[in-house]
Design a protein around this ligand. Structure first.
Ligand SMILES: *Cc1c(COP(=O)(O)O)cnc(C)c1O
Length: 368
């Protein structure tokens, strides 16, 4: 393909071009080591410097407090759906209960998996509302003695996002808030200390698939159920500096390059401003159009994943084919939702969103 290419995939997703160029340049010989990063012992001095820098850069970007561990794991957020209850159920006498807020496809998956390990209380759900809203905090029916409260801060498939951090402390006797941030992490400023655990797969906003990031408060380590595999026990992983098993070394290296790129961009606060502007550009156009529609409650719209529909769905395949010709890739909506979805993560430049809106305007004009 020639010309500018903009990749709107929901994940694995676009990476900064600069990062890919650097990785290409370093592919055969990393910093004069004579080796590709893929070929290095994870315990050698070269690789130890790579993983240490990745970890400290992430700590700096998110201002992770000293009493939190950053873990590099595998299995993605879907594995964490089981790893979370296996690690936290032991905070309470068995059988423990955990509260889940169901806001879409990913929360539904999380709570179904968790039910294998503890009692799940669905404290609030927007399912009846076709997952077009985040249920207001006031209506949540939290348990008195939950091991934790689980949310998904950005529903990648449905396109809804929390624009507030739910305070759960008082109602739940201080149960920690656990967040699946797969598609939100590093896109906006967060206060890590409001969470007990933050986790996410890397392939949305960080790097290649195969790496899972877990940020966990230290007092939540050491409460795993006996059934928890050692490689999934956060305490074991933390005690071994994410090297209990061989970590996904190359994925961590790329994530580290992305963290350095983020720092060069001005960090998370600067990214957040750009993400607000990008999302506004697209939503403002959608709202002004009678050719396209986004059905998510305005206050809960995702800045990262923007699902939209053509009113005339018989034009869907023409829309996708013409978008592709323009270098606008992977706009097809998730199969469970249909329509289109534009994912506009950190690595999507504003020019990509401008090109998409311009194409959408022209397509609408031609087909109205
Ligand atoms: C992509 C995604 C997942 C699944 O991640 P895997 O790496 O496939 O396990 C879970 N939750 C959210 C919010 C996601 O965006």
């Amino acid at each position: 393909m020639t010309g500018s290419i903009y990749n709107f995939s929901a994940g694995p997703a676009v990476l900064p071009k600069e990062v890919l160029q650097q990785a290409a340049a370093e592919m055969l010989d990393w910093h004069g080591s004579g080796m590709s990063v893929m070929e290095m012992s994870h315990r050698g001095a070269e690789y130890m410097s790579i993983i240490a820098a990745a970890q400290s850069d992430l700590r700096e970007l998110l201002a992770v407090p000293a009493n939190y561990k950053i873990l590099f794991m595998q299995g993605g957020a879907i594995a964490e759906n089981a790893i979370v209850p296996m690690n936290l159920a032991g905070l309470k006498p068995q059988p423990a209960t955990a509260d889940y807020i169901n806001t879409g496809s990913w929360s539904t998956k999380s709570l179904k998996e968790a039910a294998k390990y503890l009692n799940v209380n669905v404290a609030a759900s927007s399912e009846a509302d076709k997952f077009a809203t985040i249920p207001a905090r006031a209506g949540w029916k939290l348990s008195k003695d939950a091991a934790y409260v689980h949310i998904c801060t950005n529903e990648t498939i449905d396109g809804i996002e929390y624009q507030f951090v739910p305070e759960v402390g008082a109602d739940t006797n201080g149960a920690p808030l656990v967040a699946d941030m797969s598609s939100q992490i590093l896109s906006r400023v967060i206060d890590v200390s409001q969470y007990g655990v933050i986790y996410g797969g890397a392939q949305k906003n960080i790097g290649p698939a195969g790496l899972t990031i877990v940020i966990v408060r230290e007092d939540l380590l050491g409460h795993a159920l006996p059934c928890c595999p050692s490689a999934f026990n956060w305490k074991t992983v933390a005690d071994n500096d994410s090297m209990f098993n061989t970590p996904p070394t190359y994925a961590i290296y790329i994530a580290g390059l992305v963290f350095q790129w983020l720092k060069r961009q001005g960090g998370v606060a600067a990214m957040e401003q750009r993400n607000i502007a990008k999302a506004a550009l697209l939503y403002d156009y959608l709202d002004s159009s009678d050719f396209y529609v986004n059905r998510i409650n305005k206050d809960n719209r995702s800045r990262m994943n923007v699902p939209f529909f053509l009113h005339d769905e018989t034009l869907n395949s023409a829309f996708l084919a013409e978008a592709r010709e323009r270098g606008l890739l992977q706009l097809k909506g998730h199969k469970s939702v249909g329509g289109m979805r534009a994912s506009i993560y950190n690595a999507m430049p504003v020019e990509g969103v401008q090109a998409l809106v311009k194409f959408m305007q022209e397509f609408a004009a031609k087909n109205s």
